[in-house]
Design a protein around this ligand. Structure first.
Ligand SMILES: [Zn+2]
Length: 104
């Protein structure tokens, strides 16, 4: 793949593609879990290669360890009010991730 010389354009394209991949994965997940997992793994690789972060709304939708797409069926989401953290447990590999949340 030819890479654009313009760094700004490159990261813009990357974040656009990450968004597209995650929305596609969300559509595919109920029918074909493996395809959704592949799309998420691809989004993760784009993120690594281009140094573009994965937006928070998508961070809760994938497992960092096994790179699988997470939904209410493949993960457990629990709020921890004492520490103001969202606990995401992947039911595939059992890894736990904590994300902070703010009360609005
Ligand atoms: Zn996992």
């Amino acid at each position: 793949m030819a890479r654009p010389k313009d760094k700004k354009a490159q990261s813009q394209i990357a974040s656009e593609r990450i968004g597209i991949l995650f929305t596609l994965a969300a559509e595919l997940a109920p029918k074909d879990k493996e395809a959704a997992d592949r799309l998420v793994a691809l989004a993760h690789r784009i993120s690594l290669r281009t140094n573009v972060g994965i937006p928070k709304r998508f961070k809760i939708a994938y497992c960092r360890d096994c790179k699988s797409y997470l939904s209410s069926e493949t993960a457990s989401y629990r709020l921890d009010p004492a520490n103001k953290r969202l606990r995401i447990r992947c039911l595939g590999c059992g890894s736990v991730r904590l994300l902070p949340y703010r009360r609005s």
